[in-house]
Ligand binder design. Structure first.
Ligand SMILES: [Zn+2]
Length: 234
């Protein structure tokens, strides 16, 4: 009996250690990622990347500025100016490019480019069960690589079949608010298709959605995909 208790104890300890190590790995993987609210992430690597700069308060100058589409909460000229340096390169869609100045690469789904050494794959982003982001606008998400890690920012999208084809995503930044984009439940399906090492919920707390959506997303993925809910930084 005592032997069995010991075995159970050892088994549980090993399980706990494994869980802790895995959790630590995820935390380490995202240590250079700051969430500035909504779809705005600042990723510091050898080169820095910012996504959809919106309501920028602090000093977040970036080498590469990725903008998913021209909506007012994603493509914001005054916020782009705040994060722009002399040699920043903006990667965005044609309709957003019209609002901005500086060095701009116009992209569409399917494109692959490298800017300041950052590889960027351009992927589709569109609605399937609502009309705010029609597929034929050519709006996008990005899979980009910073310091060896592949990061997917989904943009304003529903759960779409193309997600099954995204390969080797380390970190997935997924909308969870519903209304204009996927709900938390739909984002769970997306995460299960994409199989990232870490998923981070976004697109809540600014215009639509709340942290409850992020928590619902995290709870549903427990034991399947590690979810880290980031604290919003200024
Ligand atoms: Zn939008």
């Amino acid at each position: 009996m005592r032997k069995m208790m010991l075995c159970v104890f050892i088994f549980l300890s090993v399980m706990l250690l494994t869980t802790l190590c895995l959790a630590k790995e995820g935390t380490k993987m995202i240590e250079n990622i700051k969430w500035l609210g909504h779809d705005t992430f600042f990723i510091k690597g050898q080169k820095s990347v910012i996504t959809d700069p919106f309501k920028i308060m602090g000093d977040y100058k970036a080498d590469v500025i990725l903008i998913t589409h021209e909506h007012y909460d994603h493509c914001v000229p005054e916020d782009v100016k705040k994060v722009q340096k002399k040699d920043s390169i903006i990667v965005t869609t044609a309709d957003c490019a019209k609002k901005l100045s500086g060095e701009i690469k116009i992209v569409k789904p399917g494109d692959k480019i490298t800017v300041h050494g950052i590889e960027v794959e351009v992927v589709p982003a569109y609605n399937t069960n609502k009309k705010f982001h029609p597929k034929d606008t050519g709006w996008v998400g990005f899979i980009f690589k910073v310091d060896g890690k592949r990061i997917y920012i989904a943009g304003d999208t529903d759960y779409i079949p193309e997600m099954k084809t995204f390969k080797d995503v380390d970190i997935a930044l997924l909308p969870v608010s519903g209304t204009y984009v996927m709900t938390a439940d739909e984002a769970v399906k997306a995460a299960l298709d994409i199989k990232p090492k870490v998923a981070i919920p976004m697109h809540y707390g600014a215009i639509v959605g709340s942290e409850d959506d992020a928590k619902r997303f995290a709870d549903a993925l427990k034991g399947k995909v590690e979810v880290i809910i980031l604290k919003q930084e200024k």
